[in-house]
Design a protein around this ligand. Sequence first.
Ligand SMILES: O=C(O)C1=C[C@@H](OP(=O)(O)O)[C@@H](O)[C@H](O)C1
Ligand SMILES: C=C(OP(=O)(O)O)C(=O)O
Length: 449
Amino acid sequence: MTATSAPMPLTARAGGALRGTTDVPGDKSISHRALILGALAVGETRITGLLEGQDVLDTAAAMRAFGAEVIRHGPGSWSVHGVGVGGFGEPSGVIDCGNSGTGVRLIMGAMATTPITATFTGDASLCRRPMGRVTDPLALFGAQAVGRAGGRLPMTLVGAADPVPVRYVLPVPSAQVKSAVLLAGLNAPGETAVIEAEPTRDHTERMLAGFGAVIRHEDTPEGRAVILTGQPELIAQPVAVPRDPSSAAFPVVAALMVPGSDVRVPGVSRNPTRDGLYCTLLEMGADLLFEAERAEGGEPVADLRARFTGTLRGVEVPPERAASMIDEFPILAALAATAEGATVMRGVRELRVKESDRIAAMATGLAACGVAVEETEDTLTVHGCGPDGVPGGTTVATHLDHRIAMSFLCLGLVARAPVTVDDAGPIATSFPDFIPLMTALGADLATHG
Ligand SMILES: O=C(O)C1=C[C@@H](OP(=O)(O)O)[C@@H](O)[C@H](O)C1
Ligand SMILES: C=C(OP(=O)(O)O)C(=O)O
């Protein structure tokens, strides 16, 4: 849903230590997938721990528009009565995916091999983002897309009436593109294969197998192939959504920046395809523990504990790690500003096409906070201020990007002067309880007026 609410400026000020235990919301990637696969399954899929952020609520509304029955029983507790693979009905209205690239791209894939037509739109951020990266492979199945120049929303997609299976080599390291192709392959005969040169998050593959699809892997000269046998009957399953490591990153990194802090974040997914930030934090010298490691709903999970131990050291983040921490670079850049020495983030070109151009947004905001930064097309270098501290004392543009907003608010908790973000509203897309949760830990976050 594209709400055009007034911007909500929010200011973060340095104060006391952050202390306590905090429950971050369910994983956004897994939540989208639970609703979509539930809608394509036969039977009732019961979901617990669903992220009730706007991105996911928009996907729930879209599944209803395609004919699934989606019911909310209580906080995080939902049911989806599916229509089966190929069972989507034609929506009567426009599908508005709000701020969510994952939502629109995966839903396009899910309908691309069913002979129905749907029109998609989103907010100003989503309508800037490239959709050709999914409509190109979907056209290979026989789907047709008509959008604005450059393949941007609003866009109408006509699903293939007689789909054929596809073998697709990913031109960009994108789990959204991989997932869109696999979801389209569900209603195509034969085997659909997606080949990726570097691993991206594997929630789709895990969940498809859990719902009864046949998924296998093969190494090829172009990379690792994920191969799906088309036209399965997906059987409804209970899905327990683990807590989101991308959301956990904010209280964890804030605790590593604010003196005296000791924060626990229980039940967080430790999926290896989402682990890059946490490896990097350890390399920077962070006091970070992963306790009670276990499996929940087919995903590895642990209780995180982060303690402040002083100034961390800047590091080089290798390009091959980028995909496993692609959403965590904004909060890493904020931490890097407080470190000793430079942090060089390489192979991060994909950040330019997220909810905002995240390289430019972080570089501009950090410079306004008095931090020395350098950027190229696919690198971001942050020169840490070390024990002298980040000057701060500015207002930062967030460009409708929730992670830019949360990253600068965390930085403001340790900067020498307050940091204001121009609009904290988009935080609700992924982390609706961010403000009360951080405040309960001891953060000083103040709205204006
Ligand atoms: O598949 C997903 O759920 C996601 C994949 C990532 O995008 P790309 O894989 O397209 O980079 C990430 O930025 C997004 O927040 C969620
Ligand atoms: C990029 C993100 O999400 P999406 O692509 O779904 O908008 C994100 O959550 O950082």
